[in-house]
Design a protein around this ligand. Structure first.
Ligand SMILES: NC(=O)c1ccc[n+]([C@@H]2O[C@H](COP(=O)([O-])OP(=O)(O)OC[C@H]3O[C@@H](n4cnc5c(N)ncnc54)[C@H](O)[C@@H]3O)[C@@H](O)[C@H]2O)c1
Length: 391
């Protein structure tokens, strides 16, 4: 069957023209789409958008003005701050526009469920940009698990060293609970989703612990809303307490941990620290017949598997070299956008999942509540099956 989109390049909009809006360029470079409209309340961001997407692009101060303008749009990349995702996504879906919504889906569970409901009721296509599902290291770990090389998965542990944390998360809106909820959600949604994917289940019970251990002590502050992260990013900003120009409000944690019990009995943990010198993720997955672990997470990294009994053997019984992801997560971004385009045009199946994105939010929100409430355990509410079945 030929879809309404099968011949022409898609007419695309970008909502939120900040650092991440460059993801739309993958659609443009592939020839699959053209950015015809950008909505952003910031004049500086709109100006940048014109430079990026060309003089012909129509600029709007908000997504509602864009929808009301009648400009025909097939699909929109929503790359605005997390607390704006729900309102924007719901309005666009109801207007019949397919949505690429950046992770995390939303900053509250009610908002996440409202987005899923809007997609189910409108029939418009919702895709959540969990690009880590297209990272080579993740896909290789998943293939090893699915081949049965480590038996049945019983535990997944992830340590996340967010070495660029000061620059990425403590100089703008990310540092404010009102705009991100917390970094266990904002950053951790990626890995909670991957933990669920590798384990083949969703969290039902969580306990969190965390603190603002370092960045709260930095007194040099600046409102950076007139610029974006690449303007201030510098590897010379080290050690973390020498950082300057942090966001005026910092009420999120810079170190946090969550333990999770999944619906299939798997136990998992995720630990995130924003003041390490290095920036990468280390997973280990333990099954009934072995264990895997990644060393590095981009091109040239390795995944090692141990499945013979031993004491200490750093080499493992098998080693797999990670190919791809040479440009950070650039390769994953390209593949993710290509998947989105196929989904918009033909409803093609996707590796990412809006329901899984919602369950990552549900888990992270519950864990954040727990860590701010004396580490009391929290149940994770399940998705409404009637909604999930319609997505
Ligand atoms: N998947 C990934 O790997 C990845 C990487 C980076 C960022 N992200 C996500 O992308 C989103 C944007 O992050 P960023 O780093 O580009 O932020 P940013 O602060 O650089 O840019 C946000 C832009 O949105 C604009 N904006 C604010 N309110 C708006 C509204 N109501 N409507 C339209 N635009 C609005 C701002 O003016 C700014 O131009 C976040 O949700 C973030 O989690 C995902």
């Amino acid at each position: 069957m030929t879809s309404q989109y099968s011949v022409q390049p898609l007419r695309l909009a970008v909502i939120g023209a900040g650092a991440r809006s460059s993801i739309a360029q993958h659609a443009v470079r592939s020839g699959e789409g053209v950015v015809v409209a950008v909505a952003d309340p910031s004049p500086a961001s709109r100006e940048r958008a014109r430079e990026t997407f060309g003089d012909a692009v129509r600029l709007f101060p908000g997504h509602r003005e864009l929808v009301d303008s009648g400009e025909p749009i097939d699909a929109a990349f929503v790359t605005s701050p997390d607390h704006t995702h729900a309102e924007i996504a719901v309005d666009l879906l109801r207007a019949g526009i397919a949505v690429y919504l950046e992770k995390p889906l939303a900053i509250t569970l009610d908002d996440a469920d409202a987005i899923l409901a809007a997609a189910a009721e409108s029939g418009s296509r919702l895709y959540v940009g969990h690009n880590m599902r297209h990272m080579s290291v993740v896909r290789q770990m998943r293939e090893i698990i699915q081949r049965g090389d480590i038996g049945e998965v019983k535990a997944v542990w992830c340590r996340h060293f967010v070495g660029n944390g000061g620059d990425y998360y403590f100089k703008d809106w990310h540092a404010e609970r009102a705009k991100s909820n917390g970094l266990l959600l904002q950053k951790g949604a990626h890995d909670i989703d991957i933990i669920h994917w590798l384990a083949g289940g969703y969290s039902t019970l969580v306990t969190g612990m965390g603190d603002l251990a370092v960045y709260g002590e930095v007194t040099d502050r600046r409102d950076n809303s007139d610029r974006t992260m690449p303007d201030w990013f510098s590897l010379n900003a080290w050690p973390p307490l020498s950082q300057t120009e942090l966001n005026p409000i910092i009420d999120v944690e810079d170190i946090s941990m969550v333990t999770m019990r999944l619906d299939n009995g798997v136990l998992a943990s995720y630990q995130q620290c924003h003041f390490t010198p290095d920036y990468w993720r280390n997973y280990t997955v333990i099954g009934t017949e072995g264990r895997l672990e990644n060393f590095g997470d981009s091109d040239g990294a390795v995944v090692r598997v141990w499945n013979k009994r031993t004491t200490y053997d750093p080499q493992g019984d098998a080693e797999y070299r990670v190919r791809g992801d040479e440009g950070g997560h650039n390769d994953a971004d390209r593949l993710t956008v290509a998947e989105f385009i196929d989904f918009v045009r033909d409803g093609a199946p996707t590796e990412t999942s809006a329901v899984a994105a919602r369950n990552a939010v549900a888990t992270a929100v519950a864990a954040t509540e727990s860590l701010r409430d004396g580490s009391q355990p929290r149940l994770v509410p399940a998705v409404d099956d009637r909604v999930a079945l319609r997505l």
